[in-house]
Design a protein around this ligand. Sequence first.
Ligand SMILES: [Zn+2]
Length: 349
Amino acid sequence: MEKTRAVYTISEAAAVRAGQSTHGDVVVDVDPALLSADQREELLRCWGTPRHLTPNAMVYGTLKALPELDASTPPEEAVVLLLDARLALREAQTVKQAKEAAEKEAEREAGIQAILDAGVDAIVERAQRRASTERVYVGQASAFWQELPGYAQELNANDQRLVILRAEYQQRVADENARRKAEALAHAEQIEAKRTAAEERKAAQISAWIKEFGTESQKKRLSVDLLPESEVLDGMRGQAFAPLEAFAPLAKEWARYEKLVPKDFCECDYEKSRDISYETTPATEATEDTFDYLEQIKELMPAATVTIEDHTGTCSTCEQSATRQAFRVEVVVGEFTFSRLYDARAFQA
Ligand SMILES: [Zn+2]
């Protein structure tokens, strides 16, 4: 059986260094049985027939790593040395490649990891921010929101109650305002009606009086609405007090009460600097005569109200005063009230 043939080269330089003259290719017949499995695999990888163990094997990147053989090494041994050297180179190459690949992979992994880390960091940061924000909200409102449903219901009920109460209040105010306005209007109308009615009654009274007691001139002037009311009232007043005219004391002209004047009581030298005041009060006392006349006036004018008044004038500067008594006779005639004052002194004379 033919052995596998291999070839290796002894360089000139190696031959010279070894002190030999032989160099060039050495052809060896290799017994595979003497080789390990790795060595056999390596042998099969060698190029050509026979298999070149020391080719310009660029596949390993360098030839220098191979042992420099010379003729002193037995060819069978040289083959094993070369195969082992190639295996070692291959392994070194593999390790280097693996290392490089591992480094690359590590670098790639690191890049990926960096990207991942950055992403994760961002995600984590975002999550933390969100969580922080949520924590703030949750922290602020947890108690409130936990009871929200019931609270909202109550709040809503309160709101509705407030709306109703406000509407009721506004209605009440509006009603009250309307009531007051209507009341004021009714009151004004009532007063106006009363006034109108009184005016009408007065006009009717005057008209009737003129018709019965008025002169022709008065009748004519009344018909064209030119009769002064005061003129009519004077006539009516004279008529009302006529019963007293027959009463001798009051028939006197001076019996009519005349108001007190300063010269009746004041003794001051300088009128401008004096301080005068007047006062009218119901009489606190009356003489027998005065009271007797009061009774007689009442008998003469039963419809009248007769009172005695004290009219007092005072000067606080000279500290002088005077009091004069008067009969006030008041009589109501229809819509009019007539009043006269009589000097009580008239009855003393
Ligand atoms: Zn005086």
